[in-house]
Design a protein around this ligand. Structure first.
Ligand code: AMP
Length: 571
C-alpha cells in the first residue's frame, strides 16, 4: 500500500521518455515485434500469412490497411462472446464504446490490460513534464469526469466508454494518487448513474475542498466549460446546500446522496464567501480563480474540436495556464503533450514509440494511392492520416485523424492535431474540413463582439434537398442579436470558406447561398443528452461538427429547434 502512495519520480520518467524517443526507430521495430509475438496466434493474423514474421516490411506486405468497418465482423464475434483468439492472443474481456459523436453511433473497440498500461504510461509522461513546469502541492483535483453506464454484451463482456473502463480500473486511482491528482469527488459521484447529478456534486465537492484544489481537469475541455456554464445556473442552490449542510432534493440517487452526506456539513461562512464572490464577478470573468484560490492550471484536451471552447475557458480562468492533455482515442493512445507551457492553440503531441506501431498516410493532394510511411520517416510541415497497430487487436487501423508534423522531439515526431478526415462539407468540387468550419465560425463570431453575444456551440450540414445544394451552419448563441448582425455573420461565414472549389462553385451558383440557422438555447444540451442516452459519456463527448443525413436523430434535434434562419448574400 505504502509503495503505491509514493509519488512518481519525475526525473526518471523524463529520462525514460528522452532515451526512448532518441531511439524511436528501433523502439518501433521492437514494439511491432512484441505486438505480433503476443498476438501471432490470433485468427486475424494467422489468415494473413505472416508465418511468424515480425519485421515492418513483412507486416506491411501481408497486413492490409483497414477501417473500423472492415474489423466489425471480428469485433462482433468477440462482443457476442467467442472466446477463441480472434484479434488478440489473449481473449478480450472488455469492450470500449468510442464516443461515436463524429459518426452518429458508438463503435465497439477492444480494450485490454495492455491498453490500460499504455494509458497510464501516457498519463505519467505528460504529468512529469507538466509538474516540472507547474509544480503542484499534495492537494486534490477537481476532475470533471463521468462514467458511462457499464453494461454486459450479449456474450458477457463488459462494455463502457474507454474512459469509463480506465476510471474503473483499480490502477487508475493509484496512479492519480502518485500524480498528486486525486479527484476531490467520491467514486459514487464519478460513477453516478446520471451525469447531471454527478456534475452538480462535482461542483459541490470542488467548493467544499476549494482551498485544496490544485488543478481542474476533464478528458475533453468541453466538460469544463459545460460545468462552469452549469455553475452559473446552479450556484445559489450550491450555496444553499453548503449553508444548511443538506443536499438539494434534486440529487435523487441514494448512493450519491449518502456519499455526499459524508462530506457536506453546514458551513454558512463558506456559503457567504462564495455568494459574495459570485455577486462580485462581472459576467463570471475569472470565476475559477475566485472559487479555487490555489489552482495552478486547467488541464484537458483542448485541441481539435475542443478549440472553440478556449475563449470561454479563458474567460473563466483569467490568466491561469491552460494545458492541453494528450492525444489518443478509444482505439489507443498516440502522443503526449510534453511542452505544457505552450498555449493550447499551438499544442503538439510527441508520439510515444513504445505504445503502438504507427504509420502515416501522406495527404498531399493528387496522390491517389499514397503509401503509408513509418514513424521516423514523416516530414516536417506535411499532413498525414494516422494508422495505429495496437496491443489490443487493431492492425494497420485507419484512425481517420489528420495530423501535421511540426517537428521532432529527438527522433520521434511532434504532431499537431488538424481534424477528422471524414468530416467534410462537400457538395461538388468543394472540400471543407472541420478545421475550415471552425475558422469560418471564429471569423464570423468576431463580428459579434460589439453586440456582446457569444456562439455557445455550432454544427453544420450539407443540405441537398435544395437545388443547388448549400451549406447550413447551426449556431446556438447567447443574448438577443439584431437581424442585421446575424445577416452579416451569415455572409462572413460564406466568405470565410476560401477553398477554391467552394468559391468557384458559389460564384456560378453551383452551390447555393450558405444558410445560418440559429437554434434555441439548450439545443446542444439536447444533442449531448441524446448521445449520453446512446451510452456515450460526457467525458468523451464531442459536439458533432458536421451532421450527415444518416445521422437523422441529431439532424432532427437541430432542425426542430431552429428559431431564425438567414441566407447569405455574399456572392
Ligand atoms: P473517442 O471517440 O472518444 O475515442 O475519441 C477519439 C478522437 O478524439 C480522436 O480520434 C481524435 O479525433 C479526438 N482527439 C483525441 N485526443 C485529441 C487531442 N489531443 N486533440 C484533438 N483531438 C483529439
Amino acid at each position: 500500500m505504502i509503495e503505491k502512495m509514493e509519488l512518481l519520480d519525475v526525473d526518471k520518467l523524463i529520462e525514460e521518455f528522452e532515451s526512448m524517443t532518441k531511439d524511436a526507430g528501433n523502439v518501433q521495430r521492437e514494439t511491432l515485434k512484441k505486438i505480433l509475438e503476443e498476438n501471432g496466434c490470433a485468427e486475424y493474423l494467422q489468415n494473413l500469412g505472416l508465418n511468424g514474421k515480425t519485421d515492418p516490411e513483412s507486416f506491411k506486405a501481408c497486413v492490409p490497411l483497414v477501417t473500423h468497418n472492415d474489423l466489425q465482423p471480428y469485433i462482433q464475434r468477440i462482443v457476442d462472446g467467442s472466446s477463441s483468439p480472434i484479434l488478440t492472443g489473449k481473449p478480450i474481456t472488455t469492450i470500449s464504446l468510442s464516443s461515436g459523436t463524429t459518426q452518429g453511433k458508438p463503435k465497439f473497440v477492444p480494450f485490454n490490460d495492455e491498453l490500460m498500461e499504455t494509458t497510464l504510461q501516457i498519463y505519467r509522461t505528460s504529468y512529469a513534464f507538466r509538474t516540472r513546469e507547474f509544480p503542484i502541492e499534495n492537494g486534490k483535483a477537481l476532475q470533471l469526469i463521468y462514467s458511462s453506464k457499464q453494461s454486459k454484451t450479449k456474450g458477457g463482456l463488459i462494455a463502457g466508454t474507454a474512459t469509463t473502463n480506465v476510471f474503473r480500473n483499480s490502477q487508475f486511482k493509484n496512479t492519480m494518487k502518485a500524480m498528486q491528482s486525486q479527484c476531490c469527488s467520491p467514486d459514487e459521484v464519478i460513477f453516478g448513474p446520471d451525469f447531471h447529478q454527478s456534475l452538480y456534486c462535482h461542483l459541490l465537492c470542488g467548493l467544499i475542498f476549494r482551498k485544496e484544489i490544485q488543478f481542474i481537469s476533464s478528458t475533453f475541455s468541453h466538460s469544463i466549460v459545460h460545468a462552469f456554464r452549469t455553475f452559473e445556473q446552479v450556484w445559489e442552490e450550491l450555496c444553499a446546500d453548503i449553508r444548511e449542510g443538506v443536499l438539494t432534493s434534486r440529487i435523487t440517487f441514494p448512493s450519491v446522496r449518502s456519499a455526499m452526506a459524508k462530506l457536506l456539513k453546514p458551513n454558512p461562512e463558506l456559503a457567504d464567501l462564495i455568494q459574495k464572490k459570485c455577486l462580485g464577478l462581472n459576467n463570471w470573468y475569472g470565476l475559477i480563480l475566485e472559487l479555487f484560490p490555489n489552482v495552478k492550471y486547467i488541464y484537458g484536451i483542448m485541441t481539435g474540436s475542443m478549440e472553440p471552447y478556449l475563449k470561454k475557458l479563458r474567460h473563466y480562468a483569467r490568466d491561469l495556464p491552460l494545458i492541453s492533455a494528450d492525444y489518443g482515442s478509444s482505439e489507443g493512445w498516440i502522443g503526449a503533450n510534453v511542452n505544457p507551457n505552450v498555449p493550447p492553440e499551438l499544442a503538439t503531441y510527441v508520439v510515444l514509440p513504445n505504445i503502438g506501431y504507427f504509420e502515416f498516410i501522406p495527404l498531399k493532394e493528387n496522390v491517389e494511392e499514397a503509401k503509408p510511411v513509418g514513424l521516423t520517416e514523416v516530414k516536417v510541415g506535411e499532413e498525414y492520416e494516422v494508422i495505429i497497430t495496437s496491443f489490443a487487436g487493431l492492425y494497420r487501423y485507419r484512425l481517420g485523424d489528420v495530423v501535421k508534423i511540426t517537428g521532432f522531439h529527438n527522433l520521434s515526431p511532434e504532431l499537431k492535431f488538424i481534424c477528422r478526415r471524414n468530416l467534410m462539407l462537400t457538395i461538388n468540387i468543394d472540400k471543407n474540413t472541420e478545421k475550415d468550419l471552425q475558422l469560418a465560425v471564429e471569423a464570423a463570431s468576431k463580428l459579434n463582439t460589439e453586440e456582446k453575444l457569444e456562439v455557445l456551440d455550432f454544427s453544420s450540414h450539407v443540405d441537398l434537398s435544395t437545388n443547388p445544394g448549400h451549406y447550413v451552419i447551426f449556431w446556438e448563441i447567447s443574448g438577443e442579436v439584431r437581424d442585421e448582425v446575424l445577416e452579416e455573420c451569415c455572409n462572413c461565414l460564406d466568405r470565410s470558406f476560401v477553398d477554391a472549389g467552394y468559391v468557384s462553385s458559389r460564384k456560378i451558383n453551383a452551390i447555393g447561398p450558405l444558410e445560418l440557422r440559429v437554434v434555441q438555447r439548450g439545443t446542444f444540451q439536447k444533442i449531448l443528452d441524446h448521445y449520453v442516452g446512446l451510452g456515450a459519456a460526457l467525458s468523451q463527448f464531442k459536439t458533432p461538427r458536421c451532421v450527415g443525413s444518416t445521422n437523422n436523430e441529431v439532424l432532427q434535434i437541430l432542425c426542430n429547434n431552429v428559431v431564425k434562419s438567414y441566407f447569405s448574400t455574399a456572392f
